[in-house]
Design a protein around this ligand. Structure first.
Ligand code: DOR
Ligand code: ZN
Length: 404
């Protein structure tokens, strides 16, 4: 048995001086005193690592933007030991074959554990594999379809599913494409797309709204549904971010939206933190028709730990939003430091806040909207008891497993 000793986050108790016993990747004991074969004492704090249920690792299809190796290494260095990958790869993950291919690629290349989302297309619920495919969730996009199709697909899946339907909640009739001269033009193009969409969505406990971005959208959340918010919709707005590089769907909004969403996040009304890691190269971003999306899986937890250290967020809320709540939402028993859980842990020195250095990040996209922002990166990251990252360096090749 390996033993980690230090101030550890125990749900319901907070930070407690304790020993964590680990055998074959699982936490086998949490006790004041434990004797093991290897005993390591940590000076900082020990938290459950994060589970990011919204990333785009671009594999298959766009290896120049990211792939399972580089995307998962970003995750690992940023304290995220499990992710769910979205289906808008090439080909789309929309049937058993594309699903199995992605799981097999991820199994050979990902250093973090993972799940795979399946795209919602016509007649999804009639497929022979609808009830059996081990997908993390279904994902519905509003692109390239009419609003009638969008809402009827949502209803059809919600009526028949036994796993979450994650929606990109922007109304197809309100997503305009007027040319962009500045970042705020993109916001104008989508001004009411989110609240209009959410106001028309049926209420269901299976519904999960991805990347909430507006106060108005929050107010129109369908009853019984859950939601997530990303660091860029909490921290960036049209006043502190002007670059067209920051074009993202849904768009950046106002300070008022940031603070309304942040309050709801603090209260747990928005339960889950996700990154929507959506890398594109800087050349693509600077082209005549820039794609939407920001990289973020590596900076999400470091930025939010800095928020905790500056007193704007409770540590209990961050741990819940990054580890416990996403696991629970997807029906997985993990994300806590207690007996029987996978030993997915991050070690943090809360005093070690440093400006984000682009050269130290692992994404192929090679840019971040958060350059020089203060952030607290984990000193060590353990996936099922194995050290996978240390001070930003990756310590393992692959080894990630499908969680579903
Ligand atoms: O900005 C975005 N980029 N929003 C999305 O929903 C998709 C993503 C992407 O895949 O690039
Ligand atoms: Zn996304």
């Amino acid at each position: 048995m390996d033993v980690f000793e230090g101030k550890s986050w125990i749900s319901g108790q907070g930070l407690v001086n304790t020993c964590i016993g680990i055998d074959e990747g699982k936490i086998t004991a949490v006790k004041k005193i434990l004797k093991g074969d290897n005993h390591t004492k940590f000076e900082g704090i020990i938290l459950p690592s994060a589970f990011d249920m919204h990333v785009h690792f671009r594999d298959p299809g766009y290896p120049h933007k990211e792939d399972w190796k580089t995307g998962s290494e970003c995750a690992a260095a940023g304290g995220v030991t499990a992710v769910v990958d979205m289906p808008n790869t090439n080909p789309f993950t929309s049937d058993l074959e594309t699903f199995n291919d992605k799981v097999s690629t991820a199994s050979s290349k990902s250093v973090v554990d993972f799940g795979v989302g399946v795209n919602v297309e016509k007649d999804l619920t009639e497929q022979t594999w609808f009830d059996t495919i081990p997908a993390a969730f279904w994902k519905l996009y509003p692109y390239g379809i009419s609003s009638a199709e969008y809402f009827s697909y949502a209803k059809e899946v919600l009526d028949k599913t036994s796993k979450p339907l994650v929606i990109h909640g922007e109304h197809p009739d309100h997503m305009h494409n007027e040319p962009l001269n500045e970042l705020s033009d993109h916001t104008q193009n989508r001004l009411i797309a989110e609240p209009e969409c959410l106001a028309s969505m049926p209420s269901s406990p299976y519904l999960h709204v991805a990347h909430l971005s507006t106060l108005e959208g929050l107010n129109r959340m369908p009853k019984l549904a859950s939601s997530e918010v990303c660091p860029h919709h909490l921290l960036l707005n049209l006043d502190n971010c002007h670059s067209l590089d920051c074009k993202v769907d849904p768009p950046l909004r106002t300070k008022k939206d940031n603070s309304g969403l942040y309050d709801a996040f603090r209260e747990g009304k928005i339960p889950i933190l996700s990154s929507d890691h959506a890398p594109h190269t800087i050349d693509e971003k600077r082209s005549d028709n820039p794609p939407s999306g920001l990289p973020g899986v590596e900076t999400m937890i470091p930025l939010m730990l800095n928020e905790v250290s500056e007193g704007r967020l409770e540590l209990s809320r961050l741990v819940n939003a990054m580890s416990e709540a996403p696991a629970e939402r997807l029906g997985l028993d993990r994300g806590r430091i207690s007996e029987g859980m996978p030993a997915d842990l991050i070690m943090i020195d809360m005093k070690n806040s440093k400006p984000i250095d682009l050269d130290k990040l692992h994404s192929k996209s090679n840019w971040t909207p958060f350059e020089d922002w203060p952030a607290i990166f984990p000193s060590q990251v353990y996936r099922r008891g194995e050290l996978i990252a240390e001070s930003g360096e990756i310590r393992q090749e692959g080894g990630g497993q499908n969680l579903f």
